[in-house]
Ligand binder design. Structure first.
Ligand code: URA
Length: 239
């Protein structure tokens, strides 16, 4: 939200009065005086103060959802339950959306927010936000696969992926369980990476996105607001 709008909504006068307040160097963000009234700001992620008095207003919501299989990552859908349908009506806000996309059969961490800037920043390719997945595949995963992932998998169509780290948790001819860390978000990326080495993903769960880790105490289908420590870790992604 713009700084002048926030201050006006917090009772610091009209937009004009608020502009004067800002220009008189009485407003700070994280301890630094700001002079631009159109500065984007979120008092949940940043400390906004007027003449040293900190604003305590909640503007945006940030939820950690444990996505179950069977719901689609969309705001609305004709025939399917969506991740937004899992949010209680009292917790919904206009503009609530999922940050990034998980396939219908994928489980795990999904951030849901009404802060458009945050999702945009987390998904920018050059930010290289790491996503960790737990993956089960239908064959033995080998050291050769680990090398191929580390070098950069090339999809059958020719698209090259960035280097990814594959950690083998268990391996057998009929099934292997691995952790995969990737720093990009191509469509069906994990499934296509394994198909490129001739293996099929049979189970997929996202465990983390950037600094945020799935809280396994949240049952699939449920969610909770991000706590203060988690919000603080997201701060670098809020511009
Ligand atoms: N990669 C996939 O293939 N599917 C997902 O849901 C997420 C990453």
């Amino acid at each position: 939200m713009r700084l002048d709008k926030l201050l006006a909504e917090c009772g610091y006068g009209s937009r004009g009065q608020v502009k004067k307040l800002i220009r008189s160097k009485q407003v700070s963000i994280d301890g630094n005086i700001v002079l631009a009234d159109n500065h984007n700001v979120d008092p949940q992620l940043q400390t906004v103060a007027v003449s040293g008095k900190v604003l305590e207003r909640e503007t945006n919501v940030y939820y950690m959802l444990h996505k179950p299989a069977g719901v689609v990552t969309a705001v609305s859908d004709e025939g399917n339950r969506t991740v937004i349908d899992l949010i209680q009506p009292a917790d919904r806000r206009p503009g609530l959306y999922p940050v990034g996309r998980l396939d219908k059969d994928t489980e795990g961490l999904l951030l849901i927010t009404d802060n458009g800037q945050l999702g945009y920043q987390l998904l920018l390719p050059h930010k290289k936000v790491t996503k960790r997945y737990e993956v089960v595949v239908n064959e033995r995963v080998t050291a050769a696969d680990q090398e191929a992932f580390a070098e950069g998998i090339v999809f059958h169509g020719g698209t090259t992926c960035k280097p990814a780290r594959l950690t083998i948790l268990s391996e057998a001819d009929e099934e292997s369980r691995v952790l995969l860390d990737i720093s990009e978000g191509k469509f069906h990326q994990v499934k296509k990476m394994f198909l490129s080495v001739g293996k099929k993903v049979t189970y997929l769960k996202r465990l983390s996105m950037g600094p945020i880790e799935l809280d396994e105490s949240i049952p699939p289908g449920s969610y909770r607001p991000l706590n203060g420590a988690e919000l603080a870790q997201l701060k670098p992604y809020f511009r």
